[in-house]
Design a protein around this ligand. Structure first.
Ligand code: ATP
Ligand code: MG
Length: 561
């Protein structure tokens, strides 16, 4: 599954579109957009909005625009524009030649504001921002009209032109829509549509010193681009009457319609550019693309594929009610995806040396092991075997607890794809008493890991031949937050999980690891899925990120129903 064939046909948005098509509204056209503000990096919440907008366009033979909502010069930067473009493209979304910026429309937006003034629908207000707030009233009380509300059209026009010419200081005046100070919808109480900000803009430089508000710029940008269905998240529901008001009062012939869907929230995660920015700037994580971050570039660096993200977004569906999705559901989608595509490889994370005493020293043989038991077409690879190997420390216990089926003195286990071995002896450090080495013997009749006499062993261990081992680093991740809903706390940073990263050095891998390139993904047998780090992986010093461990709690939750 990809961004192009994500199936979103069965939802309330598609039903509205079907109805519009039937009624020949917009001449049957479907044209959507994704309008990020370039004030940070995109996160997985945005992928839901992107895939809905793009998926709906593709499914209806329509068009999709990428538009930067760059109306606030203070918070926005070129770095974010470039990063967002890269992330959207990586998701498999193609905006073709339709890349736009709200700042491209600054002149049109200004002209429309003059039009509103001339129609008596907008006025220049000299109240301070605190006063405007006070005059707005509350949810239960109507607002109070500004004393500047009834300025003449001429005076408004002159003042607005002087605002634009830079004659007034920041914050001294604003342009407001003249709607209804007693509307039950607070957004309709004469909202501000222009403010004075003597700030250079990353695209228009010093050309402007007044900037339009999002609520004003957004519907007009949509209309200018011929957008038909403006799909956004639920928190914009109360802004819809204002969206419609602007287009109605500017005589837009066939105004686009805004449709809202539920925002994506995920447990143990924060999804807000502002908060993620705080983590980056405060040094709580190692940049926007830290593999623990829910940013698209973080997910990518962690090793998650665009297909897994599309699969996840399809599984959560499109609805109108907000909820928190269990992060296990995302992990489940990742495993389903990687299980099929990832080659298996043997890596021992915490090595314990095993000497196979009856195996000839100096000898090496090559065993053939399948690359992916789920997919025979992925073939087999050769894995060297010799007298000394490493196994996982956790796979050996001198005095085993109940139900421990791995190696222990006197017990026979299978080495994956190799032989049955039996533990004969444990070698300990004389001073510390720590286990240093385990001595075993193997049964030459069990080559390939099977016994002709049908005798069974319960444990199968992964292993790496000591002489052929390649040292690698494995970074094991836990959730970035230990609270299910970090945003419940006054300071979400208080619930950061201090143990969210464990870097294991001195892990050993089979020689196949020499073929790995950055961003390649593997299943480390019995451990989990790992991805060669995009930034830090080199052939000399291979570094892997754990994408997800193998155990799948979500599958169990689902099975329980
Ligand atoms: P943030 O609070 O993270 O900065 P935002 O809504 O301010 O998010 P924008 O760049 O303004 O970020 O958002 C672009 C689009 O992405 C909006 O149309 C918004 O509806 C959508 N969006 C943002 N967050 C989510 C989310 N968690 N789930 C679904 N859609 C989202
Ligand atoms: Mg925003």
């Amino acid at each position: 599954m990809t961004a192009k064939n994500i199936s979103l046909l069965d939802n309330f948005i598609q039903n509205i579109i079907d109805e519009d098509k039937k009624n020949k509204r917009y001449q049957g056209r479907v044209h959507t957009r994704f309008p990020p503000e370039p004030n940070g990096y995109l996160h997985i919440g945005h992928t839901k909005a992107i895939l809905i907008n793009y998926g709906i366009a593709v499914a209806n033979g329509g068009k999709f625009n990428l538009r930067f909502d760059d109306t606030n010069p203070i918070k926005e930067e070129e770095e974010f524009v470039e990063a967002i473009k890269e992330d959207v493209a990586w998701l498999g979304v193609d905006w073709e030649d339709r890349l736009f910026f709200a700042s491209d429309y600054f002149q049109e937006l200004y002209d429309y504001a003059e039009e509103l003034i001339k129609k008596g629908k907008a006025y220049v207000c000299d109240l301070t921002s605190e006063m405007i707030k006070e005059y707005r009233g509350t949810l239960t009380e109507p607002g109070t009209e500004s004393p500047y509300r009834n300025r003449s059209m001429d005076e408004n026009l002159q003042l607005f032109r002087r605002m634009r010419a830079g004659e007034f200081p920041n914050g001294s005046r604003v342009l407001r829509a003249k709607i209804d100070m007693s509307s039950p919808n607070m957004n309709m109480r004469d909202p501000v549509i222009y403010r004075i900000m003597k700030e250079p803009h990353h695209r228009t430089g010093d050309e402007w010193c007044i900037y339009p508000m999002y609520d004003y710029a957004h519907p007009i940008s949509d209309a200018l681009e011929g957008i038909t269905h403006s799909l956004c998240s639920l928190e914009f529901e109360d802004n819809r009457p204002l969206y419609d008001w602007f287009l109605e009062n500017l005589n837009c012939p066939e105004p686009p319609r805004q449709i809202e869907f539920a925002r994506l929230n995920i447990s143990y995660t924060v999804l807000s550019k502002r908060k993620l920015r705080e983590l980056v700037e405060g040094g709580y994580v190692d940049g926007w693309d830290d593999p623990r971050m829910p940013t698209i570039c973080g997910l990518r660096r962690r090793g998650i594929t665009p297909e897994a993200i599309a699969r996840f977004c399809e599984s959560i569906g499109v609805s109108k009610s907000n909820s928190i999705v269990d992060v296990a559901q995302l992990e489940h989608a990742i495993r389903e995806d990687l299980n099929r595509r990832a080659k298996r490889i043997m890596v021992v994370l915490r090595p314990l040396r095993v000497v196979i005493e009856n195996y000839p020293s100096g000898e090496t043989e090559e065993l053939e092991i399948e690359n992916n038991p789920e997919d025979e077409s992925m073939g087999k690879r050769k894995v060297p075997f010799s007298r000394e190997i490493y196994i996982e420390q956790d796979d050996f216990r001198e005095s085993p607890p109940k139900k421990f089926f791995r190696l222990t003195p006197g017990r026979e286990v299978r080495l994956k794809g190799a032989y049955y071995i039996t533990c004969n002896k444990v070698i300990k450090n004389e001073k510390t008493g720590e286990i240093e080495e385990v001595r075993c013997s193997y049964d030459p009749e069990t080559r390939g890991g099977w016994s002709a006499d049908g005798r069974k062993v319960r444990g199968t261990l992964h292993w790496v031949s000591a002489n052929h081992a390649v040292e690698v680093e494995a970074r094991i991740y836990d959730r970035l937050f230990s609270a299910e809903n970090p945003e419940e706390h006054d300071d979400f940073k208080l619930s950061l999980n201090k143990d969210s990263l464990e870097a294991l050095t001195g892990c050993v891998a089979e020689p196949e690891v020499k073929k790995v390139e950055p961003e390649d993904r593997y299943q480390f047998l019995r451990q989990g899925y790992f991805c060669a780090d995009k930034k830090d992986f080199t052939k000399e010093k291979p570094v892997f990120n754990q994408v997800v461990p193998l155990r799948d709690t979500w599958a169990r939750i689902k099975a329980r129903g």
